[in-house]
Design a protein around this ligand. Structure first.
Ligand SMILES: [Zn+2]
Length: 352
């Protein structure tokens, strides 16, 4: 089903590309700027089972993207500069911000060298617990459980269930089913318990994942010395804020801000909501982020940034650079704003 959906999206994007409409649409829907969202940057693997592939692009595709942005005459700026331009209505030139979520070590090893080639500033949003080495990246744990197993034994809603995972196709289906089950859980406590149970049954060392993939505070201190780098906050536990009490949501945001200030002696004025879609961050969370004192906060709601967003700085949309669509022609459609305009029903601001 997932690959069918990818095909439909691809065909839609290609249809816009071949119609040439995106050239005309760019001036209408391109907006004042774009905040790009990335996660991992690393060389491609050729495993058939890569359920989290949408979260990674290659260094080459990052390079192609930056060149594309520059060729359009768009300024690549820091979030502080984007904030300045939006709040002072200094929007005569289009801007782009490049942001990376979660604080992966490959951002240093594979993204930073490319960003340096272009002298392009960027932001890495760090989840405090990941940098401290004890956070839980449950979507990676789930991938590893399925990758190493022929069948998955899970207790789903109290019923012992066995799910086939003997082929790449079966693994992909098993991942989709379990991912949906986990995301439907009412709180992160249930998700953590269910993933820990799966890891125990299938001998995956869940605790090793954060230190393996994410930069430690010490590494971040070194990394953040590069003048191109801004460190942003991404909560402590990478929680679904909409599932947390208001008190917990505020503590998650405020602590992830203050720990960056303490550990790195840097300002932490920018926030990314974990997961960031409508199910994970809403109006209550936007108000809390403002109260905590962030200058900007980004969602994963797809969209370009328009002048009107200046009134909604705690609910900025982003444009995902999805690893499943690493194609320069599609990039040209995405950056025109045509695809997200259709997605948003031609509404410019979505901050409710
Ligand atoms: Zn994240």
């Amino acid at each position: 089903m997932k690959s069918l959906r990818h095909s439909i999206i691809r065909v839609g994007l290609e249809a816009i590309y071949f119609s040439g409409a995106h050239h005309v649409l760019r001036s209408i829907f391109g907006g004042a700027g774009t905040i790009f969202m990335l996660h991992h940057v690393r060389p491609a693997r050729d495993d058939a089972f890569q359920p989290n592939r949408h979260l990674e692009v290659t260094p080459d595709f990052l390079r192609v993207t930056l060149k594309h942005i520059r060729d359009l005459g768009v300024d690549i700026v820091s979030l502080d500069e984007a904030h300045r331009r939006l709040t002072t209505a200094d929007l005569s030139r289009r801007f782009a911000c490049i942001t990376f979520d979660d604080g992966y070590r490959d951002n240093r090893d594979h993204a930073l060298p490319v960003m340096r080639e272009f002298g392009a500033p960027f932001t890495v949003y760090v989840a405090g617990d990941f940098a401290s080495g004890h956070g839980r990246l449950w979507w990676v744990a789930l991938e590893r459980v399925i990758a190493r197993s022929e069948a998955i034994d899970a207790s789903i809603d109290g019923v012992e269930t066995r799910i086939d995972a003997s082929t790449a196709e079966a693994k992909t289906a098993a991942f989709a089913k379990l991912h949906e089950w986990l995301r439907s859980m009412p709180t992160d406590v249930e998700v953590a318990a269910a993933v820990s149970d799966l890891c125990r049954r299938h001998h995956v060392d869940e605790a090793a994942i954060a230190p393996e993939l994410c930069m430690s505070w010490q590494e971040l201190a070194e990394f953040a010395r590069d003048p191109l780098v801004t460190i942003g906050a991404h909560t402590m536990s990478h929680c679904n804020l909409a599932h947390a009490t208001a008190e917990d949501a505020e503590r998650e945001m405020a602590t992830s801000r203050s720990i960056i200030q303490t550990k790195l002696r840097l300002p932490a004025d920018h926030l990314a909501y974990p997961y960031g879609d409508r199910l994970a961050a809403g109006a209550r969370d936007f108000a809390i982020a403002a109260k905590v004192g962030f200058k900007t906060a980004v969602t994963t709601r797809p969209g370009m940034v328009f002048a009107e967003n200046a009134g909604h700085m705690m609910a900025l949309p982003r444009l995902s650079l999805n690893g499943n669509y690493q194609d320069e022609r599609l990039l040209s459609v995405l950056t025109s704003g045509a695809a997200t305009a259709v997605w948003n029903g031609f509404r410019r601001v979505d901050a409710a």
